[in-house]
Design a protein. Structure first.
Length: 325
């Protein structure tokens, strides 16, 4: 948005310069991201086999933990399921452990509706600062190039929409969801907020979330004291009771009219929403911009594992910046 509003004088805006203040810790965290001992532990090997089933039905051979571990290794190494099976088999050989490695068909079948282990959370009584954003992930299909070349309708070409909620202080992804491309951001928001444990005092999002349904939902979920920072559109109007009981949206509209949108972004803290866009860039760099799974339920499992991977990498170390110019 600042680029659009300053396009005619963009060259006059100096670029900020920052430097990392904890290079040694951050470098070690980057090294650990490639360390296989991060992903494999003795506890995982002890829980490799599935517990005995007490209800009628077939007895599973591998535990959910074993399936999750294999899928996680495949995602980190960006390997398909067959190559993931070979990778896990070679790791077991190098470790000298006698475990059976699930084949690729078992990984595909068990990832349908796989229940991941709950991650330990911090104090649920501490208020969080939530940034919500979404991006598109490509799934299998002919592709836009083939459609353009042959002037055909690539019916199998489609997208999934990934919704992520980032906690500003810890940098952790606290909520996520995968929907079809026809689901709007406000429609997916209730499912995201249901995953947030504890209160929140700040909600940041782009203009796609602007509207009364979002405000009512946030007030019902976190109370009236939560600060909601969503940019209103250019043609936004005040609410009927703005003179006596102005809402946060009314105050945003008034400040934009008096000071300008750029000044409002700085004073309101809306510029912090760029952290959400950076998170989407991290996802597409580390995890990828495409989903490998073919079915929707498997794609949801793939997205949930991707959230686990990024959160684990964040725990290993984050850079601290300070502005120098």
């Amino acid at each position: 948005m600042p680029h659009k509003f300053n396009a005619d004088r963009r060259d006059k805006i100096p670029k900020q310069k920052q430097r990392v203040t904890n290079w040694s810790e951050y470098n070690e965290g980057l090294r650990q991201r490639g360390d296989l001992t991060v992903w494999i532990s003795d506890d995982a090997l002890d829980l490799w086999a599935a517990p005995r089933r007490t209800t009628p039905g077939g007895q599973p051979y591998y535990s959910d933990l074993a399936i999750e571990l294999c899928l996680t290794l495949g995602m980190v190494s960006k390997q398909p399921l067959r190559q993931t099976q070979g990778l896990m088999r070679s790791i077991a050989t190098l470790l000298g452990v006698e475990i059976a490695v699930p084949d690729f068909s078992t990984l595909s079948r068990r990832s349908n509706g796989l229940i991941l282990r709950p991650r330990p959370r911090t104090d649920n009584q501490v208020s969080i600062q939530l940034v919500v954003d979404s991006t598109g992930l490509k799934i299998f299909g002919e592709g836009a190039w083939l459609e353009e070349k042959h002037k055909t309708n690539a019916k199998r070409k489609s997208w999934r929409k990934l919704h992520l909620g980032l906690e500003l202080v810890s940098g952790e992804i606290v909520c996520s969801g995968l929907t079809t491309d026809d689901i709007g951001d406000p429609t997916a928001l209730p499912g995201l907020l249901d995953q947030v444990n504890g209160p929140a005092d700040l909600f940041l999002a782009d203009g796609a979330y602007d509207g009364n349904p979002t405000s009512v939902l946030l007030a019902a979920r976190f109370g009236l004291m939560i600060e909601v920072i969503i940019p209103p559109p250019k043609n936004a109007v005040f609410s009927p009771n703005a003179a006596q009981h102005p809402t946060s949206r009314d105050r945003h509209i008034a400040e934009i009219e008096s000071k300008g949108r750029i000044a409002w972004q700085k004073s309101s803290g809306y510029n912090q929403r760029s952290r959400g866009e950076s998170l989407m860039g991290r996802w597409k760099t580390v995890i990828g911009s495409k989903l490998k799974a073919r079915t929707f339920n498997n794609q949801k499992t793939e997205a949930n594992i991707g959230v686990r991977v990024l959160n684990r990498m964040t725990e290993l170390g984050r850079p601290n910046f300070e502005r120098t110019a």
